[in-house]
Design a protein around this ligand. Structure first.
Ligand code: PEP
Length: 255
């Protein structure tokens, strides 16, 4: 398998952190540090920070994303934001199915699928998160679980649209815990996801798909994780809030 066929993407997930003014300041700090990166650089920020992020990132190599979107275009969904709204703002990426959405906000595989389709229909690039809990890993059902999550999320998504999907393998037990999957664990599950994508579509679609690892990736462990053939980048939470650390991860993906 030729890793160079795929775009490496390092994406930050700021979660519920940073105000609009802090967003501007952090992106201004990051811009010179990540300029000239060989990989794609993306920052996914809270809805209220999107405008500031888009303005701060203008003319740079940083793409901006949201952290979620609703599956309807408009309507009585208090507190939600649609893909149509994001697209009109100039947002390029959206994270769908993050484990915190599944855990705290009742997101299911079925609603993840609806959101994925809605986002793709508007031309957004989707960062689709899948991953097992510690309990599921200990039960030995990681492979089946991520296969099922991937299959349901991509139900009804055409091979053409799948080109705009990035999958982030995020073991729930490694998110925000400081516990990182070993590079072999990350490689094993990313390879399983790629196999599932090949079964759904074709080996060519699977070969071209960017599959990231996420879960306590940081400036120290990024090199090792990103050296794996099936790990095409990272979805970074905590370390994406620090310009220096994030830029070190971006550089690790350039190698
Ligand atoms: C995430 O939020 O997607 C994530 C991977 O967080 P962290 O890097 O903090 O574990």
């Amino acid at each position: 398998m030729d890793k160079t066929k795929r775009a490496a993407i390092i994406a930050g997930n700021w979660k519920m952190n940073k105000t609009p003014s802090e967003t501007t300041a952090l992106i201004q700090e990051m811009k010179p540090l990540v300029a000239g990166a060989d990989c794609k650089v993306v920052l996914c920020v809270p809805f209220v920070d999107l405008d500031a992020a888009l303005k701060a990132a203008e003319g740079s190599n940083i793409g901006i994303g949201a952290e979620n979107c609703h599956f309807e275009k408009s309507g009585a969904f208090t507190g939600e934001v649609s893909a149509v709204m994001l697209k009109e703002m100039g947002v390029e990426y959206v994270i769908i199915g993050h484990s915190e959405r599944r855990q705290y906000f009742g997101e299911t595989d079925v609603t993840v699928n609806k959101r994925v389709k809605a986002a793709l229909a508007e031309g957004l690039k989707v960062i689709l998160c899948v991953g097992e809990t510690l309990e599921q890993r200990e039960q030995g059902i990681t492979a089946e679980l991520v296969a099922m999550q991937t299959k349901i999320a991509l139900l009804g998504v055409s091979a053409e649209d799948a080109a705009n999907v990035i999958i982030a393998y995020e073991p729930v037990w490694a998110i925000g815990t400081g516990k990182t999957a070993t590079s072999d664990q990350a490689e094993e599950v990313c390879a399983i996801i790629r196999k599932v994508v090949a079964e759904i579509y074709s080996p060519a679609v699977a070969d071209a798909m960017t599959i990231q690892y996420g879960g306590s990736m940081n400036a120290k462990n990024a090199d090792e994780l990103l050296s794996k053939v099936n790990v095409d980048g990272g979805l970074i939470g905590g370390a994406s809030l620090k310009a220096e650390d994030f830029s070190i991860i971006v550089k690790a993906a350039n190698k």
